[in-house]
Ligand binder design. Structure first.
Ligand SMILES: NC(=O)c1ccc[n+]([C@@H]2O[C@H](COP(=O)([O-])OP(=O)(O)OC[C@H]3O[C@@H](n4cnc5c(N)ncnc54)[C@H](OP(=O)(O)O)[C@@H]3O)[C@@H](O)[C@H]2O)c1
Length: 253
């Protein structure tokens, strides 16, 4: 398996922590050269050091992908660095929860900006490169993987705008899967359940306490569990498109 993605390059957004960080390391361990993108540069540089020390190849590209020009530049730098782009993992996201009446509309804008527009900007910039990779790459197939959530398949009170963004990611993914089927750019969506990451930390303290309270005593998913699933998606034979994977912790109904 170690060289399954040899000759390929990947870009992972939101790679400074959690699922994105684990996914970048996983793709590197499968042989891909990986561009890691997020705002926290030192975190990205630490990840690149670890990937390099393990014998892989990676480059840190600090960018706020809610800015379209920054997203375009990150994709262009990855292609400059590696000469191609075979895999885009749209993982960067935020989850800001709470009742509608007390919500900050700035939080809503933040979620739409990163979970929807950041994903769209990266996708738009990467698509010509993915199409080219599918036509002439070592695998003759390319991968666009969108990280949604169980919040893109189920709803609960207080997660209205997070649900809105993640349901949108699911709809976009299926529409693009149909559009791109003939080009061999595979489109996949992954829907993690509760995973032990920094995701809750940007919520107000009382909301953080509610989230932690709901998860208390359960054996949550680890970021590596999702990295394993994404690694599986992008290493299938050319004729297999794993459209969707939902992963929940065993103990949570
Ligand atoms: N953890 C869960 O329980 C869970 C469940 C379902 C779905 N998910 C989804 O999984 C994805 C990853 O989340 P995670 O759990 O791994 O949380 P995380 O550790 O908080 O990771 C979020 C990542 O997004 C990046 N990011 C946020 N805003 C950004 C921006 N403007 N530009 C570039 N990067 C940005 C962050 O990096 P910087 O702050 O350095 O920019 C960070 O690397 C998200 O889409 C989330 O919705 C998570």
């Amino acid at each position: 398996m170690a060289d399954t993605l040899a000759g390929c390059s990947a870009l992972v957004t939101g790679a400074s922590s959690g699922i994105g960080e684990a996914t970048a390391a996983q793709l590197a361990s499968l042989g891909a050269r990986v561009a890691v993108v997020a705002r926290r540069k030192e975190r990205l540089e630490g990840l690149v050091e670890r990937i390099t020390a393990a014998g892989g190849s990676a480059v840190a590209l600090a960018a706020d992908i809610t800015e379209e020009a920054a997203a375009q530049q990150a994709v262009a730098q990855a292609v400059d660095q590696f000469g191609r782009l075979d895999i885009l993992v749209n993982n960067a996201g935020v989850m800001l929860l709470g009742p509608t009446a007390q919500a900050s509309t700035a939080d809503w804008k933040r979620m739409v900006d990163i979970n929807v527009l950041g994903l769209l900007y990266c996708t738009h910039a990467a698509l010509p490169h993915l199409t080219a990779a599918a036509a002439d790459g070592p695998r003759r197939v390319a991968d666009l993987v969108n990280v949604s959530s169980i919040g893109g398949r189920t709803v609960r009170p207080g997660s209205q705008v997070y649900n809105l963004t993640k349901w949108g990611v699911g709809a976009l993914s299926e529409s693009m899967r149909q559009e791109l089927a003939g080009t061999h750019v595979r489109v996949s969506v992954i829907e993690p359940g509760p995973t032990r990451t920094e995701l809750p930390d940007t919520n107000r303290p009382e909301i953080q306490a509610q989230i932690r309270g709901r998860q208390e005593g359960f054996d949550l998913l680890e970021a590596q569990d999702l990295a394993d699933a994404i690694g599986y998606m992008v290493t299938r034979p050319r004729h297999v498109n794993v459209n969707e994977i939902m992963v929940r912790p065993t103990e949570i109904a």
